[in-house]
Each structure stands twice: as C-alpha cells, then as structure tokens.
Write a protein that binds this ligand. Structure first.
Ligand code: F3S
Length: 397
C-alpha cells in the first residue's frame, strides 16, 4: 500500500493512537480488496446510528472514541437514529431507549459529526459531484450517489466509514475505479412501472436476481429522482446492488457498452406478484412512508392527497429534520396532522424500536422497508401503492 506522507504519519502513530488504529483498519481493508493506494474523500456518511443496531457495546465504543479527542477531517453525516430526536415521547419511544440514543448522538457530535441523521443526505446538502470520491455506508444512499449522482463510493460498513471520516481517505478499489462501473446484465422492463411503489417492487425483484452485479435498465419511462431513490434502495436490500444504470437517464449510462451482455426480462405478472410476495397481512395498524427518507415534494404530494380527510390508520412520513422544518414552514405538517398523520424526523420505521411500541403490523410503499420490517422489527407487512393505502385499503375502518 503506497501512502502519502500524511497518511504515513497517521499510520506510524505520530498523530496519536486513535488515528493509528483507524489508519491500520483502512490499510488492512485495502490489502484484502487489492488496493494499492488510498483516495482522498470529500464526504462520509456513517451508518449504525440507532441504539437498536449499536446496543451498549457500540455506545461505549463511540463514547470512548469521543473521550480521546478524535475529530472527523471531512464533512460527515449520519444515518437515521432510532427516534425523532425532538418528538420521541410523542412517537411512543421507551425512555430507556431514548436515553441511550441521546448519548450516542452526543458522542457523534463530539467527534465533529453533524447530528442531523438521514439516509438521504443528498436531499439536505451533502450532494457529491459526478466523479467525486466519497465513503458512504447507507446502502440506499450509496446506490443513489453512484448511480444518480455519478459519484464514487463503495458500500462501506459502519466502522470503515467512521475510519474514513477520521483519516480523510479510503482504500481505492471497487467502485472508485472506472473499470468496475461497467454493467454486467441488461434488465428489460416489460412491465408498467409508474407509481413510486412500483419502483420499489421492481428493485426488490431485480436485486434478488442480479445480487451484487451492476444492472443496466431499459424500458423505464423517464423516472423521477424519487423513483430512482426507491429503485436503488430496494435493489440494495434484496441484493447488494451499489450501482445501476438507466438508459437515457443516469449520468454514466451513455458511456458503457452493453452489446454482449446477458439480459433478463421483467414481465408485468412478476411485478404484480411482488406486492403479494412482500405482504403478510391485509390489515395494518400504522402506515409508514419515507423509505428512503421522503423529499419535500413527496411530502407535498401526500399533503394534497390527505387534505381535508381523516385517515383510517395513523400515518408516519419519515424524513430528515431539515426537510421537516421546510414542510412545517409550508404548512404541510399542519395538513398532515389534521388527517391523523405525523412527519417524523431523524428516524425511520426500520431502525426505531417499533416492536416495543405496540405495533406489529405496518403498511408501507417501500420495497426496502417491506423486505426489512419482518426481520428487523417483527412486523407483519402490507406492501401497496400509496393511493391504495391512503384510500384505506387493508386498514381497519
Ligand atoms: Fe432509510 Fe430506514 Fe429505509 S434508513 S433507506 S428509511 S430502512
């Protein structure tokens, strides 16, 4: 591994034992993956923020790191926490969980990390440019950064992302290299994919088929960025897709060669069947949207759909704090609350302790959430398009 003079100093312990340990971790990872050098990074997104996933060992590790004076060297943001950091009582989060979660956030702040957690940092100011190298950990954000923004990141783990933030670099391998950004398989979409949930269903299907390969989509009618967000998140959940191309849409799709690639076809019947395959109940206690975190325009669309109505089940819209603040300023929050909904910031349905909050059946529009909720939160799931859920489809009346 060739190191710069600065990286060499970190490695030798000249900048202290914390940086030495972090640099050693990066170098070991680089060696495993065949990297010969580090690449400087512009930003980091750290996963493993909820107390639900970190537990006491993770909390103690972070507090210990912070107590040793470690500070990040690049702009670093966090994945969702286990609760709305302001309104956790209203959400019904148990006090013992909240106390630990607040200590985790304090440790991250002491490390110099913005304690405004979201899985869609590209919607709130952390927007890498095409070709820029970053080290992000949240799988849906990795997919979006690589595919929609044309930035370059591997799918980091929590510890490697944190090490990259502290050292300002990451091993140069995988998707940091142009040769690994070529597609492996063409996906011919022969189904009508129009609703945002259809993109989640398609992503779930394709992720299962292509696993960790790079798919090249044909036949998608100009999707919106919110649709690409849903597609990438579901593919990263059911497979391990960290980069995809969409013909005529994503920034690198025009530069790749798809001539001799194998192809798979997604017919309408398979897409339709995914809604049933991901559902295990016909009735849910809670509707949750915003996986990945909702954009302001998604919140505005929901507010219009529920304006003047009373929903059959409570609704959560998960989003970033900054987006919630804008929604409040625009009066959208008020409309949603009047319908029985709530904009929930900083967290999501999967990383919150839903199963400890008396909820065991959840309705969602996200392919990723539908595939994670049974395992992570012991939920029965109803996976449907938004209009079906807001109409009361499957809800107790
Ligand atoms: Fe984000 Fe939670 Fe979904 S972290 S991508 S909203 S599972």
């Amino acid at each position: 591994m060739r190191l710069t003079a600065e990286q060499d100093l970190m490695m030798s312990g000249a900048h202290g034992s914390v940086l030495q340990r972090q640099m050693r971790l990066l170098a070991r990872l680089g060696t495993v993956f065949g990297a010969t050098e580090m690449v400087p990074i512009h930003s980091v997104q750290v996963s493993g923020v909820s107390y639900k996933s970190l537990g006491d060992p993770g909390l103690e590790f972070l507090e210990d790191l912070a107590s040793q004076g470690a500070r990040v060297r690049v702009a670093t943001t966090l994945n969702p926490a286990g609760m709305d950091l302001h309104d956790w009582r209203e959400m019904g989060v148990p006090a013992d969980f909240a106390e630990k979660q607040l200590r985790i956030m304090a440790a991250f702040r002491a490390l110099g990390i913005s304690a405004s957690p979201t899985c869609a940092p590209y919607l709130t100011g952390n927007v890498p440019r095409a070709g820029e190298h970053v080290a992000w950990a949240e799988s849906s954000a990795v997919s979006y950064a690589n595919s929609v923004l044309g930035a370059r990141t591997n799918r980091e783990g929590g510890p490697s992302a944190l090490a990259a933030a502290l050292c300002g670099c990451t091993p140069k391998h995988g998707l940091h290299l142009s040769e690994n950004r070529q597609p492996h398989v063409v996906v011919e979409v022969a189904a009508k994919v129009t609703d945002n949930a259809d993109f989640g269903a398609l992503g779930y299907l394709v992720g299962k088929k292509v696993k960790n390969r790079v798919p090249y989509f044909r036949g998608l009618e100009v999707p919106r960025n919110d649709d690409l967000k849903a597609l990438g998140a579901a593919m990263a959940a059911s497979g391990a897709v960290a980069l995809f191309h969409v013909e005529g849409v994503t920034p690198e799709a025009g530069d790749v060669d798809v001539e001799d690639l194998p192809a798979i076809v997604v017919p309408q019947e398979e897409l339709d069947a995914t809604y049933q395959a991901l559902s295990s109940t016909e009735e849910a206690q809670l509707i949750v949207v915003g996986c990945p975190h909702a954009s302001l325009s998604e919140i505005a669309v929901i507010a219009e759909k529920v304006r003047g109505r009373r929903l059959a089940a409570p609704l959560w819209i998960c989003t970033a704090r900054a987006t919630k603040d804008e929604a409040v300023q625009l009066g959208l929050d008020e409309v949603i609350q009047a319908a029985g909904g709530r904009i929930v910031a900083d967290t999501c349905m999967v990383v919150s302790p839903l199963e400890r909050m008396g909820v065991d059946a959840t309705a969602v529009t996200s392919g990723k959430a539908a595939s994670y909720l049974p395992g992570f939160c012991s939920q029965r799931v109803l996976f449907r398009r938004l209009d079906d859920l807001l109409r009361g489809g499957g809800m107790p009346q």
